[in-house]
Design a protein around this ligand. Structure first.
Ligand SMILES: [Fe+2]
Length: 193
């Protein structure tokens, strides 16, 4: 499988002033690209992985017949690749509101306001590097949680819906240590709700 970076349907400066152009460009062309390149190198080491999608590799990570050092690397690099795919797709300025998702959020969190408060709380309190996720579980219920590093909800058997990257590389150039300002700016870009 030859992995590719998803083409951004927007220019690097399209998320201004919420996320600055330099951050978007560096995040996409250096960080995201780097995860994908390293993931490709790892996958190419194992003939049994070569026909699997990145999603399948992350979903079946614990079952793969590979050494544990490479399993950890696949988790980090494959997660870094797929997590950022979701991050950019969430931020596409052409997105429109998803009425079905809004209905499910209201059902499972009580209201959009409560959902945003809980999600923001998780994003502000995440210690170190990681992501906050809105996922759908196998029973159809939504959940939100923090995951460290580049761990993927796929490995937990959950379908990722909304991804907030709170690694410092996602905001530090503009927001420095003010993570909460980045989180609030990120919400301005989320058209799903
Ligand atoms: Fe990132």
């Amino acid at each position: 499988m030859k992995f590719t970076l998803p083409k951004l349907n927007f220019t690097f400066d399209a998320l201004e002033p919420n996320i600055d152009a330099q951050t978007v460009e560096t995040h996409y062309t250096k960080h995201h690209q780097g995860y994908m390149d390293n993931f490709q190198i790892l996958v190419d080491k194992y003939p049994e992985l070569k026909n699997l999608t990145a999603e399948k590799i992350l979903t079946d990570l614990e079952k793969l017949n590979i050494n544990n050092i490479d399993r950890t690397k696949l988790k980090n690099m494959g997660g870094g690749y797929l997590n950022h795919n979701i991050y950019w797709s969430n931020l596409n300025p052409n997105n429109t509101k998803d009425k079905n998702l809004i209905k499910k959020i209201n059902r499972d969190f009580g209201s959009i306001k409560k959902f945003k408060e809980q999600f923001t709380q998780l994003a502000t309190t995440l210690f170190g590097s990681g992501w906050v996720w809105l996922v759908e579980k196998s029973d159809g219920k939504l959940d939100i949680y923090q995951l460290p590093n580049q761990d993927s909800p796929l490995t937990l058997g959950h379908k990722p819906i909304l991804a907030l990257d709170v690694w410092e590389h996602a905001y530090y150039l503009k927001y420095k240590n003010k993570r909460i300002d980045y989180i609030n700016a990120w919400w301005n870009l989320i058209k799903l709700i």
